[in-house]
Design a protein around this ligand. Structure first.
Ligand code: CAA
Length: 290
């Protein structure tokens, strides 16, 4: 395929917004699609504020910011993805949602377009099987916050061909990311390691080993991590952490991955982390710890 120029991003949540930002900053035209047009428009407003902060820190110029914003179009109709050379799906971590999206994507996009999922745990082979081009379906797993984190994990489904893999790696490099290749086994590499760490921190809290702050400061300073695991789970979203833990538990069939009851309880209460204003910590409207 010739160089990717137009990219579709499906889902205007925190991951979709970050992917749209790095793509637009890399000079691509971006169609940011969400079932709710207002969500897509709000995501672009928020992304504009993130770019303002970069301008204020003199990391980018006002012209670069304006150019990046001008390249992102908010949309809610799947048919608007027709010009895309590449689409990245960043919808909630539920298999039924992903299958529905990829079924639609395979109907509305050009047959040569690559269809990527930002899934953090769901089988790429299974997602690809509901499309008319499983050889062009691939996992492109970004880390949160997308503009800051250097890694993209690339996951090939069983039928994914070499050209799709190479194009996806090249695209990640245009975004200034380093890639690692992971096999299509639940959790891939990063979440196979991270989610048990977060889940264990929840068990530590559940069993009263320490307070939220003690557990976070203990891991942060004791292991030299940039943030504690409970704070990190608030950043990722507790619903997402639980969804991944459930996939690891069900698909790998090992009870060592069973989600902590406290994590389930927080999700049931709607304490989903930073995006909900409350998780293990509480947050103000700007997402800063209260
Ligand atoms: N665009 C570009 N740059 C941005 C930005 C944006 N939208 N938002 C922030 N930045 C930059 C800031 O300008 C700042 O740069 P300088 O240091 O050069 O000034 C830098 O990022 C750090 O920003 P902050 O000062 O606001 O924040 P911080 O220093 O407290 O760091 C953090 C915040 C980057 C989140 C850090 O705590 C961290 O790395 N935490 C761990 C994150 C992590 O582990 N993520 C992976 C989660 S796992 C995952 O995502 C996979 C999954 O499937 C669950």
């Amino acid at each position: 395929m010739s160089e990717i120029q137009t990219i579709g991003v499906v889902g205007a949540g925190q991951m979709g917004r970050g992917i749209a930002q790095v793509a637009a900053q890399a000079g691509l035209d971006v169609i940011l699609l969400d079932a709710n047009l207002e969500m897509a428009e709000k995501a672009i407003e928020r992304l504009g504020r993130a770019l303002d902060r970069l301008v204020a820190k003199e990391k980018i110029s006002a012209e670069v910011k304006a150019g990046a914003l001008a390249r992102i179009a908010p949309r809610s109709d799947y048919n608007d993805l027709a010009p895309c050379d590449f689409v990245v799906e960043a919808a909630p971590e539920r298999e039924d949602i992903k299958i529905e999206i990829f079924t639609k994507l395979s109907e509305v996009t050009k047959t040569e377009a690559i269809l990527a999922s930002n899934t953090s745990s769901i089988s790429i082979t299974k997602i690809g099987a509901c499309t008319n081009r499983p050889e062009k379906v691939i996992g492109m797993h970004f880390m949160n916050p997308v503009p800051v984190m250097k890694l993209v994990e690339i996951v090939r489904g069983l039928p994914t061909d070499d050209a799709t893999y190479e194009t996806t790696v090249a695209l990640a490099r245009r975004f200034n990311k380093t890639t690692v290749a992971a096999r299509d086994i639940p959790g891939f590499i990063v979440n196979r390691v991270l989610i048990p760490l977060i889940n264990e921190a929840c068990f530590a809290l559940y069993e009263g080993l320490g307070s939220v702050e003690d557990i976070d400061v203990g891991v942060k300073l004791g292991l030299n991590h940039p943030m504690g695991p409970l704070e990190l789970s608030d950043l990722i979203g507790l619903d997402t952490c639980l969804a991944i833990a459930n996939v690891l538990h069900t698909e790998l069939g090992d009870d060592k991955y069973r989600p902590c009851p406290l994590l389930k309880q927080h999700v049931a209460a709607g304490w989903l982390g930073r995006k909900a204003g409350r998780g293990f910590y509480t947050y103000d409207a700007q997402g800063k710890k209260a």
